[in-house]
Design a protein around this ligand. Structure first.
Ligand code: ZN
Length: 215
């Protein structure tokens, strides 16, 4: 079956302001297996997102924003390899985070077993300790680990921001459908890396309906 469908409109914000003291940048699975030629589960568009992710890292580090990387991690016989080709074998070249986006001192790298970076990791615990209520989520794969992490964050009432030029998918349909879900289903803000600005927040809290404190 081959059907042509149109992507429903969703807003791409031309400016998103985040308070760096309450925001974390989450870089999902930018590992050799997904990003570079020779990788076990190559996402052809992932390499082109490196500059946008680099600029997000630059912004985060310049403003003292928390930076978290997820590192997809599997071992022999992992059930995920029955769904996908073998990838992210712990200790292999493919498992390593790409050199271009190497974590800096103070960044947190969380090994994760499933698509959702909250599942079986201390991510939620760390974010709460840090007083973070907003996540900027980037990396790959847009509709898989990026999406399930963004969705899992939104279920916990974190604000979610996704710069669309800093994510990649195996198919344009998958990328668009995940962004549509993010915008439509849990009021995540879709934007671009260059449109993210660090500064006082002006939004009303979705949880309490009250204006956020300006800092
Ligand atoms: Zn995996």
């Amino acid at each position: 079956m081959n059907r042509l469908i149109e992507v429903p409109e969703y807003e791409v914000h031309t400016e998103v302001r985040v308070d760096p003291s309450r925001t974390a940048l989450v870089v999902i699975d930018m590992q050799n297996d997904f990003v570079h030629q020779g990788g076990g589960l190559l996402v052809p568009d992932a390499e082109a997102t490196i500059p946008a992710i680099k600029s997000l890292l630059g912004l985060a580090r310049a403003h003292g924003m928390r930076v978290v990387y997820s590192q997809d991690t599997h071992g022999g016989g992992d059930p995920e390899w029955r769904i996908w080709p073998e990838h992210a074998r712990e200790g292999s070249w493919g498992w390593e985070i790409v050199d271009e986006l190497a974590p800096a001192q103070g960044d947190v790298v969380l090994r994760k077993l499933r698509y959702d970076a909250f599942y079986g990791t201390p991510l939620d615990h760390l974010l709460r300790l840090w007083g973070v209520d907003t996540l900027v989520v980037c990396g790959t794969v847009a509709n898989i680990c990026v999406h399930y992490t963004a969705a899992s964050a939104a279920l916990r009432w974190y604000e979610v921001v996704v710069p669309r030029d800093a994510i990649s998918a195996l198919d344009p349909f998958d990328l668009e459908s995940s962004l549509r879900q993010t915008a439509f289903l849990f009021a995540g803000r879709i934007t671009t890396a260059a449109a993210l600005i660090c500064g006082p927040r002006r939004e009303v809290s979705r949880l309490t309906g009250k204006p956020e404190l300006l800092r």
